[in-house]
Every structure is written in C-alpha cells, then in structure tokens.
Write a protein that binds this ligand. Structure first.
Ligand code: PRP
Length: 207
C-alpha cells in the first residue's frame, strides 16, 4: 500500500463532523487521549488535528498535503490551494450584523466601524462597494462588540442565527456563503494526483 496522505483537520467546531464523515466511509479515526495525530483504520490517512487558524500554514508549507477547512480560513490566510471537493457539512454565511433596527452600512453615508475576525474579507467587501470602513480585529465573541459599544457593526459567521438573536443583533447584509472544502497543497496535488482522486471518490460516496 502507498504511503498515507497527510491531512490536517481543524480542532474546532468542524472536528466531530469531519471524524464522523470519514468513519461513515470506512475510515475510522481515533485520537488517543490528548494526542494530536492519528492514522485511520485503513492506513490511508495520517491525520493532524490543528487549530483552525493554523491549518493553512500546515498545508501551505507541505507538512500536510491535504486539509479540510472553511473558505473563510483559506481566504484570510492569503495562501492559494488546489480545491478538491466541497463537503456537505459545516456550511455557514458571512454577514454584517448590527443591533436590531440599524441602517445598512450603505445607508450610513460615512465611515463604518466594524469589529471582526475576518479582516481581509471585510475590507474587500466594503472596498468593492466604495464604503469607507474602519476595522477592529478581534479573535472571537465579536457579538459583544456592539453590545459593549466597541463597534456598531460586526462581520461574523452566522449558522443558526441564535448567537446574533441572543445578543439583540440581526443580519443587515450578506457577504456570501462559506463552504467547507478538501484542499491540497498544489505541489502535493501534482505529485499525488491519482491517489488523491481515489480518496476523493471514496469521500464522495454516500455513507
Ligand atoms: C461562531 C461564529 C458565531 C457563531 C454563529 O462562533 O463566530 O459567533 O458561531 O453560530 P450561530 O449562528 O449558530 O449562533 P464560534 O462558536 O465558532 O466561536 P467564536 O465566537 O470564538 O468565533
């Protein structure tokens, strides 16, 4: 059997779905207690469990040939990867949100202050629309920013909308869908094209 694919998967909210997805396709993954790497039951994958934010660096530097990650994390990293597959779980939307009843950013007619972890996508979206923007970078829990008066607007991922609602916020503009993808380091993809195509076939199977 050929060497296993090295693949980075994120530790955060996607981890359980990723592990279940592989398990349902015969690739059982078990991490020992506190262990951050594992080989699946078929020996096809050598898996590294990394922080979501760090995942692009592992794939970009070729430490992991493959990765499973959201579009948001890829775009914010600034790196380019080969996109192999879109996975059927973990999809979200990136939205501008503000306290209920707020104007949309376009209606404001001045510089809009936005708190976000998604600086690159936020800057691009506002620039494309010619709306001046001041961005305050936060690591998470950005819904607190309008509540505490740090910034009247946020850009964040919205899945069920319950975090916004619980903090008295609502969506005022949509930046787009965020999908979860299987990506590859472009050089790794060229070298292992056939084996990656085989893996992609297995991954696309109905469970
Ligand atoms: C994400 C996102 C929102 C929340 C949206 O946060 O940043 O806060 O999920 O989900 P919902 O629409 O279903 O409520 P996450 O839990 O990943 O933590 P974070 O605040 O540290 O980003």
């Amino acid at each position: 059997m050929s060497k296993p694919h090295t693949i980075a998967i994120p530790k955060g909210r996607l981890l359980d779905s990723v592990v279940k997805y592989f398990t349902a396709r015969g690739m059982d993954i078990r991490f020992g207690s506190r262990k951050l790497s594992a080989v699946d039951s078929t020996g096809r994958l050598e898996i590294y469990k990394v922080k979501n934010h760090d995942l692009p660096a592992y794939v970009h530097h070729g430490i992991a040939g493959l990765g499973i990650v959201g579009d948001d994390t890829v775009t914010e990293s600034g790196h380019s990867f080969t996109r192999i597959l879109t996975l059927p779980f973990g999809g979200t939307r990136l939205c501008v949100a503000a306290p209920k009843g707020s104007l949309t950013p376009g209606q404001l007619g001045g510089t809009v202050t936005v708190a976000t972890s998604y600086v690159r996508m936020t800057r691009d979206w506002f620039h494309r629309r010619g709306i001046p923007v001041k961005i305050i970078r936060l690591g998470g829990s950005v819904e607190l920013a309008p509540v505490l008066g740090l910034a009247p607007y946020i850009v964040d991922l919205v899945e069920t909308g319950s975090t916004l609602a619980a903090n008295g916020l609502e969506v005022v503009a949509d930046l787009g869908d965020i999908k979860v993808r299987l990506i590859a380091n472009p050089a790794y993809f060229k070298l292992h094209y056939r084996e990656i195509a085989e893996l992609a076939d297995i991954m696309m199977r109905e469970s």
